[in-house]
Design a protein around this ligand. Structure first.
Ligand SMILES: *[C@@H]1O[C@H](CO)[C@@H](O)[C@H](O)[C@H]1NC(C)=O
Ligand SMILES: *[C@@H]1O[C@H](CO)[C@@H](O)[C@H](O)[C@H]1NC(C)=O
Length: 197
């Protein structure tokens, strides 16, 4: 008996909460998105893909936040108006479903992007995205430094080789001179011996 009653109470509670959620979500704003943490490289584009559904035409607003910085990216209302902030006007493409493309990424674009959706009744909902921007230059710099080091070593080896060659040349010259000297002396001596004879 008790067991049954408990079950009923539980069932009723579940049923009530589900119907409450359903009533609440009727006409509510829904922001669908599959990926909210994005990683891109400098100069790449990023697509903040969302699909906004609500009653009436939504007003979509994107805001950028990073540390203490918070600035408006753009506000639009599909087929009514589009207002992209001056700093972003050349790099942002707005979409009717609330999505936004940010072109030609810079390191400073890394941060938190918030979409705020307001429906015709004035209710609003927000959803945040995190964007990481990687520096592609890093790999290039590493490559460059390795190349520079290799060139340095090569230059050092060349200088060493030149110094050694120079030294060898001088030695050879000295040795040649030494070899020529006794020859001359012999000649001289033989001349003398000739003269004396
Ligand atoms: C929003 O619209 C764009 C352009 O039509 C589309 O590429 C994107 O997939 C849409 N986003 C979602 C989450 O449906
Ligand atoms: C566009 O947005 C900016 C920044 O949010 C605001 O200062 C400006 O008044 C807006 N312009 C229009 C025409 O709504």
């Amino acid at each position: 008996m008790w067991h049954f009653r408990l079950w009923n109470v539980k069932d009723i509670a579940v049923f009530l909460s589900i119907s409450l959620i359903m009533i609440h979500s009727a006409g509510a704003i829904v922001i669908d998105s599959s990926q909210r943490s994005l990683i891109r490289s400098v100069q790449e584009d990023v697509f903040f893909s969302v699909n906004v559904t609500c009653s009436g035409t939504p007003t979509i607003q994107w805001t950028f936040m990073s540390g203490a910085v918070s600035r408006a990216v753009g506000t639009w209302r599909p087929e009514v108006f589009t207002n992209i902030t001056m700093d972003y006007s050349s790099r942002v493409r707005p979409y009717d479903n609330g999505s936004m493309v940010l072109l030609d990424l810079r390191l400073q674009d890394a941060g938190y992007y918030l979409i705020s959706v307001e429906d015709s009744t004035g209710r609003s909902k927000e959803l945040g995205f995190i964007l990481k921007v990687n520096e592609v230059l890093y790999e290039d710099l590493q490559y460059l430094s390795v190349t520079a080091l290799a060139l340095f070593v090569l230059a050092g080896l060349l200088m060493l080789a030149m110094w050694l060659l120079h030294k060898a040349c001088r030695r050879i010259e000295a040795w040649r001179r030494k070899r020529q000297m006794p020859g001359k002396e012999k000649g001289f001596l033989s001349d003398q011996t000739f003269k004396t004879e």
